[in-house]
Design a binder for this molecule. Structure first.
Ligand code: CP
Length: 320
């Protein structure tokens, strides 16, 4: 079986991945390099290696997800782990069980990993402190979504972007975006320049502590950027009155064919998904050759394989 060269994991000394804050520049590069090696596995006829054979993964999603839940499941299966999916609607949570009791109940079945998405900011860190399993944060409230930032950074690098001095414009509902927070932290660590773009009401209150610049002018940001990252308007987290109407928001901050004229020829357009077509992004833009949204999805599997492997693959794996 042809498998990527040996991956050294000895230098990744974390039990959990709950935040981009916990990662050093070296950790981030190790994850991205490991993901590059694992990406090749997804192109094979038999898309499986024995790296996590005998390990058990619980995918615990208290909020909806298509990309993150599925790609963690595929990643675990490609590494030969056993994975169980639990959603809040099909769990005892609907009968009133607390997160603490749910975690202890699941832990009694001896999983090696718990991947969790939860609406409460800080829930992943809380879980990591009460269970011996490796905890992976698949999105906690408006706090962080570290594997999304890592797959975004992987996609930038794959598009021949060097992080040092890279100009990244993050556009939209930044105040409610865990994707933005994790990207800002990660990109800052790697030496990129981040510009936030949106109405004042959607810029975080503590923005001056984030080492970013801010503009309310989308065309200016699009002309400046090497990477334009559009964010979804999170209608489920918005309180009323943050902007006059969806239509007005779209006119000022939607990426459409007219705004696209300002974009550099070698820039890339990203979006973590799910997209609100004709609100933050128009179909013309999704079809533009600079748009890498599906590359992000593809890279999510490789990055999540890398993270699972680095956290839990105690054995050295010669993948050949
Ligand atoms: N990007 C992202 O987290 O998408 P899902 O909500 O589909 O997982």
């Amino acid at each position: 079986m042809v498998v990527p060269k040996i991956i050294k994991k000895g230098s990744f000394e974390h039990k959990d991945l709950v935040s981009m804050e916990q990662l050093s520049e070296r950790d981030i590069l190790l994850i991205l390099d490991t993901a590059r090696t694992f990406k090749e596995i997804s192109l094979r006829r038999v898309k499986k290696v024995p790296a996590l054979q005998g390990k058990t993964v619980i995918n615990l999603f208290f909020e909806p997800s298509t990309r993150t839940r599925t790609s963690f499941e595929i990643a675990a299966k490609r590494l030969s782990a056993d994975i169980i999916n639990i959603t809040s609607s099909a769990s005892a949570v609907v009968k009133g069980e607390t997160l603490m009791d749910t975690a202890q109940t699941l832990m009694a079945m001896k999983p090696d990993f718990m991947i969790m998405r939860h609406s409460f900011s800080g829930s992943a860190r809380f879980l990591s402190r009460i269970v011996p399993a490796s905890v992976l944060n698949a999105g906690d409230g408006i706090n962080e979504h570290p594997t999304q930032a890592l797959l975004d950074m992987y996609t930038m690098r794959e598009s021949n972007k060097r992080f040092e001095g890279l100009k990244v414009a993050i556009v939209g509902d930044i105040a409610h975006s865990r994707v933005a927070r994790s990207n800002i932290i990660g990109l800052n660590k790697m030496g990129a320049k981040v510009m936030l773009v949106g109405p004042k009401t959607l810029i975080p209150y503590n923005v001056e502590k984030m080492n970013v610049t801010v503009t309310h002018n989308l065309k200016e940001a699009v002309g400046w950027a090497d990477v334009v990252m559009m964010l979804r308007i999170q209608l489920e987290r918005l309180t009323e009155g943050l902007f006059p109407s969806i239509r007005e928001y779209s006119m000022l901050y939607g990426l459409n064919r007219e705004v696209l004229r300002y974009l550099k020829r070698d820039a890339i357009i990203m979006h973590p998904g799910p997209i609100n077509r004709n609100i933050e992004i128009s179909p013309d833009v999704v079809n533009d050759e600079r748009c890498v949204i599906l590359n992000q999805v593809e890279n999510g599997v490789a990055v999540r394989m890398a993270v699972l492997f680095l956290l839990g693959g105690k054995q050295k794996v010669s993948l050949e």
